[in-house]
Design a binder for this molecule. Structure first.
Ligand code: FNR
Length: 322
């Protein structure tokens, strides 16, 4: 197995709804993150979707037609692969810590924490069914005893690692993280523990990551908000100014045709208390990635990248027609 995927001594970008889209993941990797988690995918329809870069659903299937559907592929490499989930990812994670209603209503997310039998069943099935490592991300339970009993059961399912957000289900992000719980978990299991929850009071820059790891006795550290505010938190040479980081972010957003609303959302998180600045106001009124570029003086970059993408589209079209 790839050494990074042992989940030991790695710095990890946490899963974050809306924030953890491709530009954030690529930028975090550039700055030194070892592993990046995608946002959680809430599959309300119980379908499998293959989605084009413009968010058009290209092919959606479900259990009911499983034995009958024929998926026709065209030959070139840009097409989604049928086993995309497994083949296009390094590992698969199960979110068992999300306290938001959309997860808990269906008995998923943090609701799972009170149903260890279900946790075990889900993880065992996944570990058996996929060829990639499976991990899971939990929050802690009200007592240490229950928490340790849960993580031991999780370990026994064969997962490759466990990420622990050191807060209770009902604790808010502003509450201090319980490093002592994470430490006890790290001592109780032999699989790697990835400590999470340190963004607000402990991790502000790269050097703090190692401090947080030591304080929790964990193998690795997973970072959410500190990376949302400034992904260069992963940079061993130190933080870059948020202005510089926003520019690099925007370049990725253009290159990968990120949805403009998502680009705006992520840039606003980086601006934080500067959303009322002239740049913040310009950003707020922008409707397209092109509009956003104006505020950052990246109009030329936008035009150049669009021309390159168009040339690639035409080349694919020509190949396809022959
Ligand atoms: C999150 N978190 C989260 N967790 C998860 O397992 N799946 C998800 O999709 C999300 N989405 C998400 C969005 C946003 C905007 C935030 C701020 C957080 C929780 C996150 O991964 C992490 O557990 C907590 O934020 C605590 O870590 P930090 O922020 O202290 O590093």
């Amino acid at each position: 197995m790839d050494s990074l995927l042992c989940f030991r001594n790695v710095n990890v970008l946490a899963p974050m709804v809306r924030v953890g889209t491709l530009p954030t993941r690529l930028l975090s990797l550039d700055y030194g993150a070892d592993i990046v988690y995608s946002e959680v995918s809430v599959n309300v329809l119980e379908t499998v979707d293959f989605v084009a870069p413009d968010e058009r659903v290209m092919f959606r299937t479900c259990k009911k037609e499983k034995d009958r559907v024929v998926f026709q592929m065209v030959g070139y490499t840009q097409e989604p692969s049928l086993s995309a989930m497994e083949n296009d990812v390094a590992a698969i994670d199960v979110n068992m810590g999300c306290p938001k209603e959309y997860s808990t209503k269906g008995g998923m997310g943090a609701a799972l924490l009170s149903d260890p039998d279900k946790i075990e069943a889900i993880l065992r099935t996944l570990v058996k069914g996929v060829s990639k490592p499976v991990t899971c991300k939990i929050r802690i339970l009200p007592t240490l005893e229950d928490t340790l009993s849960l993580v031991k059961r999780i370990e026994n399912t064969g997962v490759a690692a466990i990420a622990v957000h050191g807060r209770l289900k009902d604790e808010r992000p502003r509450h201090p993280v319980h490093c002592d719980f994470i430490q006890a978990i790290a001592e109780a299991v032999s699989i790697p523990v990835i400590a999470n929850g340190g963004s607000l009071d402990r991790v502000k820059a790269h050097a703090d990551i190692e401090e947080f790891r030591k304080a929790t006795g964990a193998s690795s550290v997973m970072i959410a908000r500190a990376a949302m505010w400034n992904p260069s938190v992963f940079r061993s040479q130190g933080l870059l100014s948020v202005e510089e980081v926003m520019e690099e972010y925007l370049k990725y957003a253009i290159r990968y045709d990120n949805h403009a609303f998502n680009t705006k959302y992520c840039l606003c998180q980086m601006l934080r208390d500067k959303v009322e600045s002239p740049l913040g106001k310009q950003l707020k009124s922008a409707q397209t990635n092109e509009d956003i570029c104006e505020g950052y003086g990246l109009q030329e970059y936008y035009k150049k990248t669009q021309a390159e993408l168009q040339a690639r589209r035409e080349a694919i079209q020509t190949n396809h027609n022959h």
